[in-house]
Design a protein around this ligand. Structure first.
Ligand code: HEC
Length: 147
C-alpha cells in the first residue's frame, strides 16, 4: 500500500472510531458475526418495516421479498424469501453489516461499516447506515424467512 493511502486509511479509521454514533466493534469469524451488535434482541416486526422502507433500508431497490404491499421490488439481487433458511443468524448479520467481506465487488451497501468508505457526504462521515439496533431488527426479521 502506498504511504499516502495508508495515512488516508488510518485517518479514516481513527475518524470512524471517534465519530461513529454508537457503532460498536464486532468480530468476524469465518463468514459470520456471532455476537449481537446490540444488547436487546432484534424485533422482527421492526426489521420488516426497515426492509420495506424505501428511505431507510433501501433493500427492495435491489431485492424482492415476501412483502406483498410493496409493489415495485428489485431484481438485482437474490430474493430475501428463504434467506433465514439459507443462512444462520450470524451469517445474516455479516451479510448486512459488510457484505463486501464476502464479495469485494458487491453492490450491496455495508450497513454497519464506518471505515474504508468513499465519497461519504460530511454529515454521514463516521456514521453507519443503520444503527446496531436496526441491524439486529433486520437480522431477526430475515431469520423468520425460512422459505
Ligand atoms: C444496491 C443493491 C442492494 C441493496 C440496497 C441491498 N442489497 Fe442485499 N444483496 C445485494 C446483492 C447483489 C447480493 C448478492 C450477494 C453479492 O453481491 O455477492 C445481496 C445479498 C444479500 C443477502 C444474502 C442473499 C442470499 O440469500 O444469498 C441478504 C440476506 C441481503 N442481501 C439482505 C439485504 C437487506 C436486508 C438489505 C437492506 C437492509 C439489502 N440486502 C440491501 C444487493 C443489495
Amino acid at each position: 500500500m502506498r504511504a499516502g493511502l495508508l495515512v488516508a486509511a488510518l485517518i479514516a479509521s481513527i475518524a470512524g472510531t471517534a465519530w461513529a454514533q454508537g457503532a460498536s466493534p464486532y468480530t468476524v469469524v469465518g463468514d459470520a458475526i456471532s455476537q449481537p451488535l446490540a444488547d436487546k434482541p432484534g424485533d422482527p416486526a421492526r426489521g420488516r418495516a426497515i426492509v420495506a422502507n424505501r428511505s431507510v433500508g433501501l433493500c427492495l431497490l435491489c431485492h424482492s421479498g415476501p412483502i406483498p404491499e410493496e409493489r415495485f421490488q428489485g431484481n438485482l439481487a437474490p430474493s430475501l424469501a428463504g434467506a433465514g433458511g439459507r443462512w444462520s443468524v450470524a451469517q445474516l448479520r455479516l451479510r448486512i453489516v459488510d457484505g463486501a467481506r464476502l464479495n469485494p465487488d458487491t453492490i450491496m451497501p455495508p450497513y454497519y461499516r464506518t471505515t474504508g468508505l468513499q465519497r461519504v457526504a460530511k454529515p454521514f462521515e463516521g456514521k453507519t447506515i443503520l444503527t446496531a439496533e436496526q441491524i439486529e431488527d433486520v437480522v431477526a426479521y430475515l431469520a423468520t424467512l425460512k422459505e
